[in-house]
Design a protein around this ligand. Sequence first.
Ligand SMILES: Cc1cc2nc3c(=O)[nH]c(=O)nc-3n(C[C@H](O)[C@H](O)[C@H](O)COP(=O)(O)OP(=O)(O)OC[C@H]3O[C@@H](n4cnc5c(N)ncnc54)[C@H](O)[C@@H]3O)c2cc1C
Length: 811
Amino acid sequence: MKTHYRVVVIGGGIVGTSILYHLTRKGWTDIALIERAELTAGSTWHAAAGFHALNADPNVAALQTYTINLYREIEKESGQSVGMHMPGGYSIATSPQRWEWLQAESAIYETLGIGARLVTPEEIVAECPIVAPEGLLGGLFDPHEGAVDPHGTTHAFAIAARQRGADVVLRNRVLAIAPHPGGGWRLETEQGPVIAEHVVNAAGLWARRVGNMVGLDLPLTPMSHHYLITEDLPALLAMDHEMPCVTDLEGFTYLQQERKGVILGVYERDPRHWKVEGADWDYGMDLLPEDIDRIAPELSIGFERFPCLQDAGIRKWVNGAFTFTPDGNPLVGPVPGLKHFWSACGCMSGFSQGGAIGLVIANWMVDGDPGMDIFGMDVARYGAFASNDRYLRDTTAQFYRRRFVMAYPNEELPAGRPLKMTPSYDAQAAAGARFGVVWGTESPQYYATNEPDFVDPPSARRADCHRFVAAEVAATRSAAGLLDAGVYARYEVTGRGAAAWLDGLLANSLPTEGRVRLAPMLAPSGKLMGDLTVARLGPEQFWLVGSYYLQEWHQRWFHEHLPANAVASGSVQITNLSESWLAFSLSGPKSREILAALTRADVSTAALPFLGISRMDVGPTQAVVVRMSLTGELGYEITVPAAQQRALWQALMAAGTPQGMLPIGMRAQDSLRLEKAYGVWSLEFAPSYTPAMSGLDKFIAWDKGEFIGRAAALQQRGKTPDQQLVLLSIDSHDADVLGREPVFSAGERVGFVTSGTYGHHVKQSLALAYVDSACLAAGAKDLSVAIIGQPRPARWLRELPYDPKGTRLRA
Ligand SMILES: Cc1cc2nc3c(=O)[nH]c(=O)nc-3n(C[C@H](O)[C@H](O)[C@H](O)COP(=O)(O)OP(=O)(O)OC[C@H]3O[C@@H](n4cnc5c(N)ncnc54)[C@H](O)[C@@H]3O)c2cc1C
């Protein structure tokens, strides 16, 4: 081991070795992996090591496909067998709801080009003769399902990395990590100190403890997991090819062939955490004692679905631990606030995702950009709230027991809630609010007014709450709607360097004092990094407003792009106001009247025009009022110190209710924004898309001088992008799109849906979609969109269905 490295990766599991390999592929060889014991000594050695491409997050699904495609390559390069076998796998449905859900999923996987296909019960039983046919309705076949040898695969990555120049240091625990005075990090290890420019935490079961070494508390926890391996089965002995894998979605089990027997794994409904703080340092390559009584209910369902297992000999029980995060995806990327400290942990699916994590970390470290939209696995998607032990236990247990359970679009899951509540939470609940959760904060989805016992059954079709949403949309279009906008993030940027810094960060031109602008933010690649609004409250005082759940992500970007001299001189200060200032969005034709009744300030268009901002008293509160809305109506965003938010609610409700105003939730907001084709972050706007594709290029100030991403964006300027964001109307009377459905023209796939819902005012099922420019140029004829797997005719709406000239917004 040398005393200095450019990168030290801590942990020799499937994830750490993949990172080491990918860094060498990018040409970085002054790097080392330091492992406490032997390679694979954490979760990796006892994994069933199954893999699949399917994932609820399409970007993660694409990365899983990358991982799978890498196995043959790495085997060839290293000369080490990875023991790969890929017979494909069936996810089976035994209830009509599940079968319908699989049909919808299948259409979405078509968008991703994964090649999964729907199959009949007959095919499943013919290919997998140990499956009982009773109750089988069909399945989804994923050709990319299989398994590898965990030991061989980990060693293959390590061998290939070594061959390319990396060091692998075994039996050397990292004991402590501290910032190095000359930059980078100093690691104390059992074999002596090491200085590294970058450190990667790939410590798996110990990752929370390794995070603690630098003052981090990562939201991950180990949980125990069982599988059994049978002796040879006569049915498999009689087969001359490998049986595909089977996941019984209602049975909580997965099964894969292991020699001439099978592995049967269980996601039980009564899961157990193990060492929430991380494994003990002296934990060896040991199994946990099996707890068969606890998993017996799910095992017995498994034994009914695979009846031959009832008489099979059990060769081995495995109960091992691996780590989970609240949403089941790993924690990857640069840790906000810790320069050159990287997270690559929380990975519950190392054999589907390990390769991709290596690719992403290497791209990000070497090129400064992960190379794709990986927000679904970004360590910056969580805030500190998620690391609370109770929150972690509740959310990870919820994820574990719902591993194969389908999630419906109108379902709000209960774990870890309520955690953060705005001051008017109780008052909103009393008014009938039904809450969803955004980044730990309760947010009204709709108001079941006067129906305290209303329950919305989970459904992939139009939900029963449709009628409440319809009333909220109608009130907003005819009178006013009051939306809790507490789930927006606000950052204040002040100081003599504030304007210059923001000018280089944002692609639009900065507003003058008292004005607001829409502010696209770009990456150096010219792709989108944000869809903020920027308000100028004073010569050196700005507010940036964006999506609430992106707080860590945005701030990491801001601080990464803050010049060292601005930090040293204090000429730019960034303060996160997201929890200390809260807003309501009041919109609709009567919103001015309602606001005017609560303030002495002049709120006429002359005094407060569209995209104007002004401080004023509103009822008993001291507010900052911006004239804008996401509903397409005349509207105001009224922001107050958090402690005054409840008083603001009371004042607005008292003034608005006699005018026909209703409190509205996020579902109504969605319907209203779709009628105006307004996109939102993560759906229409995301790091995969360019300003030209998304239409945000119209806000770019090309002539203002240098800003991040300008050079790349200029190259795209004036050129027709491959795909463009358009609004579609779909002939559908009982269901709307969920997102990611493929769009067809004359039967050929020409795009995909980003989001959609029912437009209650225009009475159409609407969807925003990225569609091939060539198809649009040819008139986008004979369009269709698969809703719950069934193609439905669609039309491109070249003109907005509601207020196309935007006169209501500017009224
Ligand atoms: C029973 C079971 C079945 C599973 N089945 C599957 C499956 O079918 N498919 C699938 O994809 N996944 C499966 N998994 C999960 C899979 O094992 C994990 O996703 C994967 O192993 C995680 O790899 P890792 O590299 O992140 O962590 P680990 O394998 O835990 O590796 C971390 C390494 O870091 C080292 N380390 C920790 N702290 C230090 C330190 N301070 N200094 C130096 N080194 C340190 C450890 O010794 C260890 O070797 C299963 C897991 C179990 C237990």
